[in-house]
Write a protein of this length. Sequence first.
Length: 364
Amino acid sequence: MINLYSFPKLKANGLCLMNKNGKKIALLCSLLIISAVTLSVLYWLYPNQSQQSLDSTDEYSNNSNPSQLHKSPKNINQLDTSFNSTSQMDTEIDCKLQFNSAQHLIVNERTRNCFEYFISQYGERNIDEIRQSFQRYIAKGFQASEQQQILALWSRYVDYRKELSKLQVQQPAQESYQYFQTVFNAMHDLKQRFFSKPEIEGLFGAEDIYQQYTLDRMQILENNALDAGAKAKQLQQRFEQLPQDWQDNLKELSKLDDLHSLTAQIKARNGSAQELRDMRVNLVGEAATQRLEQLDQQRSDWKQRVQSYLDERKTIMDSNMSTSAKDQAIQQLKQQQFQSPQEQQRLQTFETVHDQGGTLPFSN
């Protein structure tokens, strides 16, 4: 059994999380797509239309009017850095909490962003200090009834994050769809212990959509009963089940990832050119497939030119010529076969990889 989640300590060089003993939790870093990174990445991935309608979605669920929403905190000096940790001194506190016209807290991703801003101070401050700092921050900008609602949810969220640090799932020798599905199920069960269904949807809704989409893609890619063409079809069908605004944001990213994964699978088993073509057509269409085939041809031509040069260069290097004569002959060879400065610069990169014993790009 391994401890999957430690209460996060954010390192200055990025979101690699540490436990209290300072040991890296490698698995947690691999799962950031569903935790800390999600908070930042999903904000970018989250469709613009959805961002604009975030308030209206929540307000209607609370029977309120958009004109009666107010953004808080409104009485806090944004230049006051007493609430920031040392690593946050150059950042603005991300706490855009909202209440509807009935003075009920609107629970959405902004709420979670606010909580996580303070929780990310862990390591520079202990939990008690973080709790106290958050309470002081809320007390400065909200009325008593509002404070009560915020702090009640905040307390449960901190408790949830503590329990998340204790979550344990048996890690297999090789990570798979089934393993990550088990992890995500355990996380969902934990959420249900601390939050109501509307709260889960508000705090984790966007994350859950992306998690399930990612899991479904993993399951399709790992299905050995499907050939590459069938996988491409199912991946496209699953993609089309996403909301349209999500499709607009994830279209190129998902297709590139799927294209890379399926191409690697086909080449690993020495699949045919027709299988590769069928997969591409199913995934990206005929026009894009033709462009990819043109790129394949360009890469193949370049590979042959580079390999021919390296073979002739080896002949020169193995000859009985003096070192200076070898250098001159190699330089002449290079200028004959690669005349433009751009090609010579590109060739130099390939030469370096080859001479260091690496595998040349496009060699598969």
